[in-house]
Design a protein around this ligand. Structure first.
Ligand SMILES: O=P(O)(O)OC[C@H]1O[C@](O)(COP(=O)(O)O)[C@@H](O)[C@@H]1O
Ligand SMILES: [Mg+2]
Ligand SMILES: [Mg+2]
Length: 288
C-alpha cells in the first residue's frame, strides 16, 4: 500500500531501502567514536554512519526542503522552503544505539513536518519508525491511518492497517532511574507497577512498540538531575507522539500533548509519556 501524498511516499520508500542497509551495516560498527552529538552524548560509529546515509538520500527528494537529525548540530537546507510547499524531515538515525553493545533492539525514527525546523508536532504530516528486532518492521502514521509493514530486501509489505492501541493496557516502561525520579512521578509509577507488567529495554522505539502492540504506557520523565528529561522533542517526542495519538492514544510532557509544544531549539529535550489515554490522563492529574 502506498501513501497518497507522493512526497511522503518517496520519503517512506527511501527510508525503507536505507533501513535495510543500516541494519546490514551495523555489523562491524558497534564501537563508539571520540565525538559527542549536539546533546552531549558519545556517538557510536553507527550513529554517524546511519545519519550520513539518511541525509544523502533524503535531501535528494524533490519536495524536501530541510533535513535535521539528532547527530548534527544544524539543519541541512536542501533548497525548497518548508514554510512554502516543501516538507522538512527530522530523524533519530539510530534510537537506542547504546544497545549495540549488548545486541538488543534499536530503531530509526522519522518525522515529516510541514514547517521549517524546529517545528511543533502538530505540523507533522507523517511520522514513523523502523524497528530492528528479530524482524525489521516499520510503523507508519499518516493523516489517514497507522500501518505496520514488514521489511525485506528494501521493500515494505503491509501486515496490519488501521492500527489502534488495545483498550486494556498490559505493559509499562519508565526510564531515567527510580532514585532520579521526582516524588510525584515515583508515586504514579508505584501505582502503575501494581497494575501492569514491566517491559523496559533501553530503546524508546522498542518499548513504545510494545505499548502499541499490547497497550500500556511508556515514559521518560523529567529527572531531579535533568528536569527536561533525556529525549528530544523534534527527533523522538514529536514523531512518537504523533504515531501514538494517531493510533488512538495520548502523548504528554506531563501537562499537555507533546504535539502542542512550541519549540525553542532544534535539540531541546522534553519529558515524554505516551500510551493509552486513560493512563496519560491519570499521569497529568498529578501536580508536578
Ligand atoms: O539508558 P536510559 O537512561 O534508560 O535511556 C534510554 C533511552 O535513551 C535512548 O536510547 C535515547 O535515544 P538515542 O539512543 O537515540 O540517544 C532512548 O531510546 C531510550 O528510551
Ligand atoms: Mg533516540
Ligand atoms: Mg539516536
Amino acid at each position: 500500500m502506498t501513501v497518497s501524498d507522493p512526497v511522503v511516499e518517496d520519503v517512506v520508500s527511501t527510508i525503507s531501502r536505507t533501513a535495510t542497509e543500516i541494519r546490514q551495516g551495523l555489523v562491524g560498527r558497534r564501537g563508539t567514536v571520540d565525538e559527542e552529538n549536539p546533546s552531549g552524548e558519545t556517538q557510536a560509529e553507527a550513529d554517524i554512519w546511519a545519519d550520513e546515509l539518511l541525509e544523502g538520500r533524503l535531501t535528494e527528494i524533490d519536495g524536501i526542503g530541510e533535513y535535521a537529525s539528532e547527530e548534527r548540530a544544524t539543519v541541512v537546507d536542501c533548497g525548497a522552503d518548508p514554510d512554502g510547499d516543501a516538507y522538512a524531515i527530522a530523524c533519530d538515525p539510530l534510537d537506542g544505539s547504546s544497545n549495540l553493545k549488548s545486541n538488543n533492539a534499536m530503531g530509526t525514527i522519522f518525522g515529516v513536518y510541514d514547517a521549517a525546523l524546529p517545528a511543533r508536532g502538530d505540523t507533522l504530516v507523517a511520522a514513523g519508525y523502523v524497528l530492528y528486532g528479530p524482524i525489521t518492521t516499520m510503523v507508519l502514521a499518516t493523516e489517514e491511518s497507522v500501518s505496520v509493514y514488514e521489511m525485506s530486501g528494501g521493500e515494505r509489505r503491509l501486515v496490519q492497517s488501521d492500527v489502534t492501541l488495545p483498550e486494556e493496557p498490559v505493559v509499562y516502561g519508565f526510564g531515567g532511574g527510580v532514585s532520579n525520579w521526582p516524588d510525584e512521578f515515583e508515586a504514579f509509577a508505584r501505582e502503575i507497577e501494581t497494575e501492569l507488567k514491566l517491559r523496559y529495554g533501553g530503546a524508546m522505539i522498542a518499548d513504545v512498540n510494545q505499548v502499541l502492540t499490547y497497550g500500556g504506557i511508556f515514559g521518560y520523565p523529567g529527572l531531579e538531575s535533568r528536569p527536561a528529561g533525556k529525549l528530544r522533542l523534534q527527533f523522538e517526542g514529536n514523531p512518537i507522539g504523533y504515531v501514538v495519538e494517531r493510533a488512538g492514544g495520548r502523548s504528554s510532557n506531563g501537562h499537555r500533548s507533546l504535539l502542542t509544544i512550541d519549540p525553542d531549539d532544534l535539540h531541546e529535550r522534553t519529558p515524554v509519556h505516551v500510551g493509552n489515554a486513560e493512563l496519560i490522563d491519570r499521569l497529568e492529574d498529578r501536580p508536578t
